[in-house]
Ligand binder design. Structure first.
Ligand code: NAD
Length: 343
């Protein structure tokens, strides 16, 4: 495989850091640029070990700030862009949508503008099944279904999808959009459902469940998602949108019970709390297109991957404790300083 420079935004977050490690494992010749603002959700500790790899560089920057984006493109002249950077927590978007609009919408437009100016070969936008809104499980949304987001996070991601599509229609930019279901796996920030449940259960703390707990989500192990992104990046035709999903659907309540049983903890830890405003009942997508066009398949067994994920959180107390104490920001600062001295 040819030497390529791949610019990954949001690479200090959950999926982005898993994807950087995936690319590093599979494409030894690629130069990886991790461009991340290091918000509360960005943690360079997710990439420990890579700092000393010559084909990996971290650059701090904000996708919503045009001059930061200009800098990273001018400095590194990437062939490929994968845009993970986002404010990603639905509850936060309900409290205050502003930063979601800045990062997820303006940020995506900035990335598209400079990708076009620098003739980037391929731009991948990481989107979500939430853009389709709530549907019955059997009414699977295809890539052509209506976009009907029901919370500010999903609306900002939907707006970004439209802008990416516009870049293809107006400028013939080589873009793809990937709409993924819920990912789980190591290095997920412990504000999200699976790590909260595991961590609270380990510490015998109450596990809050919204409403009646019967909201259904579709689950994918992060490694399967990374493989889908890889395929789209290297093989998909310009302008195509791909859903990625699995046959694993669980209500929140069922998923909590699975995790509690795996950890041999009592279901008495479950505590029902007031439902989230506009809480979507179910997301469900049809992902035949990526299966048929790119021959992508889920390779992970859900039960095994969930067991491994639970064990990972059990065995990474330090990672978690640092996040919970705010200590990881010190680590981020150390790496940033070192990077400034080096560049
Ligand atoms: N986690 C999921 O289940 C899931 C499902 C579907 C789609 N997605 C999408 O995948 C992407 C990654 O999700 P995640 O769960 O890894 O998120 P995350 O919150 O764990 O990570 C987001 C990363 O983006 C960085 N970031 C935030 N604002 C930025 C900005 N203005 N400029 C540069 N960097 C910024 C953060 O510092 C962090 O490192 C997002 O676009 C999200 O919408 C996630």
């Amino acid at each position: 495989m040819e030497n390529k420079i791949i610019l990954i935004t949001g690479g200090a977050g959950f999926i982005g850091s898993n994807f950087i490690k995936y690319i590093n494992r599979h494409y030894a010749d690629y130069k990886i640029i991790n461009f991340d603002k290091l918000t509360y959700a960005g943690n360079l500790n997710n990439l420990v070990g890579l700092e000393d790899t010559p084909n990996y560089t971290f650059m701090k920057g904000d996708v919503a700030v045009a001059k930061d984006v200009k800098n990273v493109f001018e400095q590194y002249l990437p062939n490929f862009v994968v845009n993970f950077a986002a404010e990603s927590h639905v509850d936060k978007s309900i409290l205050d949508p502003t930063i979601f609009l800045e990062t997820n919408i303006i940020g995506t437009q900035n990335m598209l503008n400079y990708a076009r100016e620098h003739n980037v070969e391929k731009f991948i936008q990481i989107s979500t099944d939430e853009v389709y809104g709530s549907v019955k499980i059997k009414n699977r949304c295809s890539e052509n279904s209506h976009i009907m987001p029901n919370n500010p996070y999903a609306a900002s991601k939907a707006a970004a999808d439209h802008l990416v599509r516009v870049a293809y229609r107006m400028y013939n930019q080589n873009v793809n959009i990937i709409r993924s279901c819920n990912n789980f796996g190591p290095f997920q920030f412990p504000e999200k459902f699976v790590p909260i449940v595991i961590n609270n259960a380990i510490q015998n703390k109450k596990i809050p469940i919204y409403g009646d707990g019967l909201h259904i989500r579709n689950w994918i192990y992060v490694e399967d998602a990374c493989r889908a992104i890889d395929l789209v990046l290297h093989e998909a035709e310009a302008g195509e949108i791909f859903n990625i999903g699995t046959e694993i659907f669980h209500s929140n309540l069922d998923l909590v019970k699975i995790i509690l049983s795996e950890l041999e903890k009592s279901e008495n830890l479950i505590e029902f709390v007031e439902d989230r405003k506009g809480h979507d009942r179910c997301y469900s997508t049809n992902y035949q297109k990526i299966r048929n066009m790119l021959n992508w398949r889920v390779e992970t067994n859900f039960e095994i991957a969930m067991k491994e994920t639970i064990n990972w959180y059990k065995n990474h107390h330090d990672w978690l404790a640092e996040i919970q104490s705010g200590e990881y920001t010190k680590y981020n600062e150390q790496i940033e300083k070192r990077n400034l001295l080096e560049t």
